[in-house]
Design a protein around this ligand. Structure first.
Ligand SMILES: [Zn+2]
Length: 419
């Protein structure tokens, strides 16, 4: 199977053609014939955006509860509804999220939620690439943790049984305040043995850090490090309240960070994650939306802009978090965080690609494509999405869209008892 994209503008300023064979970029520069040919005149070709932290099926809870303190939001609103989530709800919620991601140029995401074997089915059908971890919460009860571990392994086995290189199991201990140290360790052993990512929330709020000092006598990062749990397969979501020594620890251990600026600002975590310190230390930083109930969008263009604005505003330095830096975090940074050969338009990389329609008012003129992508574009500017060499959307049309919206709306209403 081959795919040719003719005469597209690339982020480096070249206008050229790209040839895809099966799932990889095979040639750049020559206008070749292929099974499918896309005339990309008037369009920009970008690497697909990579969302390294979300809870996709929370799309069903978008707008259900906002403008609340984190603890109240969780205990009064989110957790009671999550207790009623069925595998079918997860399937339709994940379909809805995938549809939104396709329509806004995301080709790969790192997800943590429940009934993830059903999420895996949805991802498989939608054609996206995803790392899927069953959210693990034993409420610090190691005995309960053992039973949950067996359940977790069974779900990971079912995800792997789908047999798609795009649908990858991962391990997802929720956080140090919801998972016993025994289970945190057992899950790390499992991740290391199978080559899975270890996806965990770390130091999202100052409260989390203060509670860790009370409960463990140390900070979340120091605790994880003392347990020997930090390593190159760890994707640490948020990582807002880290001191410089902890950033150096992340760099030494090769920990990857999923920075979620929109969620952080919406939940008022009170400081900007130390992006410049992390970059200077050599930590791989990537971008995530966090769940659609705490964002409330999966549009990574919004997240790119928010990243630039947050760090400029918080530091008082308009020179930090430049458009190029932020674009790299959302593309090659995401790919590196997940260990994926993608995020760049280069021969040999996975053909996870996006065409942006440049004939739109907000993208005119094109003095600087990357500036327009970060500061002016929204997901609506995406015309075509290709994942694993396959066209998932062209001219903003995704097959089955109406059915997904209808089912997701119904499932969401039933879930919150709206009918
Ligand atoms: Zn999260």
């Amino acid at each position: 199977m081959s795919l040719a994209i003719h005469d597209a503008l690339l982020p480096d300023g070249r206008t050229t053609s790209v040839y895809v064979e099966d799932d990889r970029i095979a040639e750049i520069g020559r206008k070749r014939d292929a099974d499918t040919t896309i005339d990309a005149r008037g369009m920009a070709l970008l690497p697909g955006l990579v969302n390294t932290h979300t809870h996709a099926a929370m799309a069903l809870l978008r707008g259900y509860a906002d403008d609340m303190a984190l603890q109240e939001w969780l205990t009064e609103k989110i957790w009671p509804v999550e207790g009623r989530l069925t595998p079918d709800a997860i399937y339709w919620g994940t379909k809805l999220a995938c549809l939104e991601m396709i329509k806004t140029g995301t080709t790969c995401f790192n997800d943590m939620y429940f009934h993830m074997d059903r999420a895996a089915q949805a991802v498989h059908e939608m054609g996206l690439r995803a790392y899927l971890s069953e959210g693990f919460i034993d409420l610090l009860d190691a005995t309960q943790g053992q039973a949950l571990l067996r359940k977790n392994e069974e779900i990971l086995r079912r995800i792997a049984a789908i047999g798609s290189s795009r649908v990858v199991p991962a391990v997802g201990p929720h956080a140090i305040y919801t998972v016993s140290t025994e289970s945190l360790r057992a899950l790390k052993d499992l991740a290391d043995a199978r080559g899975y990512l270890y996806h965990v929330h770390v130091s999202e709020t100052n409260q989390e850090v203060e509670d860790a000092k009370d409960d463990h006598g140390t900070t979340p990062v120091r605790l994880l490090d003392s347990l020997g749990l930090l390593g190159p397969n760890v994707v640490a979501a948020h990582s807002v309240w880290l001191d410089d020594a902890e950033v150096r620890t992340f760099a030494q251990r090769g920990v990857k960070v999923a920075h979620c600026p929109v969620s952080n600002m919406k939940l008022a975590v009170r400081r900007a994650m130390p992006l410049e310190v992390m970059r200077a230390a050599g930590v791989t930083v990537s971008l995530g939306t966090d769940g659609p109930a705490s964002n409330n969008s999966l549009d990574m263009f919004q997240t790119m802009k928010a990243t630039a604005l947050l760090h400029k505003f918080a530091s008082g330095e308009p020179t930090v978090a430049s458009a190029r830096t932020v674009f790299d975090l959302a593309t090659v940074g995401g790919a590196r965080a997940l260990g994926l050969e993608a995020g760049m338009i280069e021969v040999g990389k996975l053909a996870d690609l996006v065409l942006l329609d440049l004939r739109r008012p907000e993208l005119t003129p094109t003095h600087d494509l990357v500036s327009n992508v970060v500061y002016a574009a929204t997901g609506d500017c995406v015309d075509t999405v290709i994942c694993d060499g396959r066209v998932l959307m062209q001219h903003r049309k995704v097959p089955g869209e109406a059915e997904i919206l209808e089912h997701a709306e119904k499932v969401a209403r039933d879930l919150v008892g709206g009918r």
